[in-house]
Design a protein around this ligand. Structure first.
Ligand SMILES: [Zn+2]
Ligand SMILES: [Zn+2]
Length: 154
């Protein structure tokens, strides 16, 4: 049985302090945005938090996400069909991603909770495996529908 999903917003101030980081308004705002908009890149975060934080710069957002992922508060993911790195607050469960190769839409793919990695390599070349990172590439329903509509037109 899977544990029930908790939708409550985490206490970011506490989480930051537990990692030895100062709980600045900028960090908390970025974390809160990412929690509700997973897989955003630095540019998207910047555009979203700018109204609340008029003095923030894109460079500052880059530094914040670097710092947060360095401390393990967020996860940095790079996907073959995304030009820039994406970030999410869903960490520690070794979930994977599926991305539409047409529109770039990204969704989470769960793997067996508590079993990281969920695939075993034939040869680890002596390395201690921490996780398996898998990206499923596909075409989403919307893009498939658009493609078939185009075909139906005379
Ligand atoms: Zn799509
Ligand atoms: Zn994800």
């Amino acid at each position: 049985m899977r544990p029930p999903t908790v939708h409550r917003t985490p206490d970011w101030v506490q989480a930051l302090r537990a990692k030895g980081l100062r709980a600045t308004v900028q960090r908390v705002t970025v974390l809160d945005f990412l929690h509700h908009h997973p897989h955003a890149d630095a540019e998207a975060i910047f555009q979203a938090v700018r109204p609340a934080l008029p003095t923030i710069s894109l460079q500052a957002v880059h530094l914040i996400v670097q710092g947060l992922s360095g401390k393990g508060l967020i996860r940095r993911i790079s996907l073959p069909d995304s030009a820039s790195a994406r970030y999410e607050t869903r960490i520690q469960d070794n979930h994977h991603h599926i991305q539409c190769i047409r529109c770039g839409r990204i969704e989470d793919v769960d793997c067996i909770v508590g079993h990281a990695p969920c695939i075993e390599p034939c040869d680890t070349h002596g390395m201690r495996i921490l996780e398996a990172s898998i990206v499923f590439r596909g075409v989403c329903q919307d893009c498939d529908d658009t493609a078939s509509q185009r075909k139906e037109k005379p």
